[in-house]
Design a binder for this molecule. Structure first.
Ligand code: ADP
Ligand code: MG
Length: 290
């Protein structure tokens, strides 16, 4: 979607796939102390596939998937595409939605055939004291899977686990940042267990999990208050305020238009390693000018 964005500024290095939109902040990139990464879609591919469907007593897998997928048709979250795709593979006919709303950072809600349906995060389920099999949940989470819950008329009818894949290039990016003495931080709305699993794969220095979209920007501010110059890398609509707050906002080219329109720089190739290229290019460009 990158070429569709009306870039205010010039493309400094098309060959490297770095699109600079804000030159002043790009100049500051050479002094960055920490890079904050959004997890889903940035450090991971953001392409979810359904791995498990765990229906509650009295329900079938297909039923759980059918309610969930019918509702997820209206969502643009990567979790949604995974669930809808899985329903297609099983030839499930999706039901019509008459009402749809997203619950920021926690899931979605809608009305289908006169019934209230939700697909939500573990945090939402815990806040509402709904019961589920914690053992199966923990087992799936510890394998790095993102688990969502399907509610029908406020009754929990099952869990759906999805797996995303870590970007191979993300690990190299973190390692190279380390060599430059730059601290790496992960920020995600996802569950703690999944967050730690991904962080371990990538050797990330610091992790903040279950961060609501509105708090992503606050978290960036808190890191800045420690006296650090912070770059934020993200892909989603809900990353935009954090991208704007950071000293350098970097959008992933494969991400949403909103993220790209807010960012100071865009990684056209969607390669997290290009964060390092950006820092190096800033150093090279502005060293000569001082
Ligand atoms: P991230 O920081 O990983 O990109 P988000 O803030 O977009 O995460 O979402 C946080 C959590 O909210 C997800 O991990 C999921 O549990 C829940 N969620 C958000 N959107 C949806 C959706 N369309 N369907 C189900 N769950 C959702
Ligand atoms: Mg994201």
């Amino acid at each position: 979607a990158a070429p569709l964005v009306v870039a205010v500024s010039t493309a400094i290095s098309a060959k490297q796939g770095l699109l600079i939109r804000n030159r002043a902040n790009f100049e500051g990139a050479r002094n960055i102390d920490a890079v904050v990464f959004d997890k889903t879609g940035t450090l991971t591919k953001g392409e979810f596939g359904v791995t498990n469907i765990v229906p509650n007593k009295g329900y079938e897998e297909e039923e759980v998937l059918s309610w969930a997928a019918s509702l997820e048709q209206n969502s643009e979250h990567p979790i949604a595409s995974g669930i809808v795709e899985s329903s297609k593979e099983r030839n499930i006919t999706l039901k019509k939605i008459s009402d749809f709303e997203s619950i920021t950072g926690k899931g979605i809600e809608g009305t289908i055939q006169g019934k209230k349906v939700n697909v939500v995060s573990p945090g939402f389920v815990d806040n509402n004291n709904l019961e589920y099999d914690k053992e199966i949940f923990n087992e799936m989470s510890e394998e790095g899977k993102t688990v969502v819950f399907v509610l029908l008329e406020d009754e929990l009818i099952g869990m759906i686990a999805l797996a995303d894949m870590v970007r191979e290039t993300a690990k190299e990016a973190i390692a190279t940042l380390k060599q430059h003495g730059i601290h790496s931080i992960m920020l995600t709305g996802d569950n703690e267990k999944v967050a730690y699993w991904v962080a371990k794969q990538l050797d990330i220095d610091e992790v903040y999990a279950e961060v609501l979209p509105d708090d992503k920007a606050n978290q960036v501010k808190k890191i800045q208050e420690k006296g650090l110059k912070v770059a934020m890398t993200g892909d989603g609509i809900n990353d935009a305020p954090a991208l704007a707050t950071a000293d350098l906002g970097i959008a992933i080219g494969a991400g949403t238009d909103v993220a790209m329109e807010t960012a100071d720089a865009i990684l056209v190739k969607s390669n997290p390693k290009d964060v390092v290229s950006l820092v190096e290019l800033s150093k090279k460009t502005y060293r000569k000018m001082v």
